[in-house]
Structures are given as C-alpha cells and as structure tokens.
Design a protein. Structure first.
Length: 125
C-alpha cells in the first residue's frame, strides 16, 4: 500500500466515518478496485488530505461543486460528513447561495432540499 493510499484511507475515515467506509468496503468488488484506488489516492489522499484549507472549507466547496454540477447523489453523504468537518447548516446555506448565483437556482434549490432532508434525518438519529 502506498503512502498516499494510507493517507487517503485515514482521511476518508476521518471525514466520512468508519461505519460509512466499512459499509462501502464490504460492498466493493474486483470490478471497482481500480476506481476505489483512484478515489482513495486522488481525492482522499491528495485533495482532502491537503492542509491548505480546512476540512470545513473543503466540505463547503465540495457540496457547492456537487450541487453546481448536478451530482446530487453524493450530497447526503457529504452533508453527513459535516459532523466531522465542522461545516454548519448555515455554512451549507451560504454555499448554496453561491451555487444559485453562479450555477443556477434550480440546482441550488434541489441541493437545499437534499441538505434539509439529510440534516433532519441526522437530527432524528
């Protein structure tokens, strides 16, 4: 295992939590192994592991980019990660303001619906 892979695994667990990572690893297959390596080393071992900006800021950026690009399936997972990254509901609302202005109101509106739903689920748990 490379250093970047080890760093990525540690960062992924720190941000997403052990339960989430354990569930996804249990569902993994040989088919998606190269993809998991790419994401673990590239996203988690490089981008998320960088100390150039805080995890809070990285959460806000990630959610804004997911919403702006219409990648809505990933939003609940990253909202749940805010418990560990320190991004507040207010931070997420601010990020969606930027999405609305720079990427479009419909995408921000849909993302906000997902954010509200996920935050409500988190409160109920």
């Amino acid at each position: 295992m490379t250093d970047r892979r080890q760093t990525g695994e540690a960062t992924r667990r720190a941000v997403l939590g052990d339960a989430h990572v354990d569930r996804t690893e249990a569902a993994a297959s040989a088919l998606d192994a190269p993809f998991r390596d790419l994401i673990t080393e590239g996203a988690w071992g490089t981008v998320w592991a960088s100390d150039a900006i805080s995890l809070r800021e990285r959460s806000m950026l990630t959610l804004a980019l997911l919403a702006a690009l219409g990648n809505f399936d990933e939003i609940p997972m990253h909202v749940r990660a805010t418990v560990r990254t320190g991004a507040s509901a207010s931070d997420l609302a601010e990020a969606m303001q930027h999405v609305a202005i720079y990427a479009g109101v419909p995408r921000a509106n849909h993302a906000l619906k997902l954010i509200r739903k996920t935050l409500a689920e988190m409160e109920a748990e």
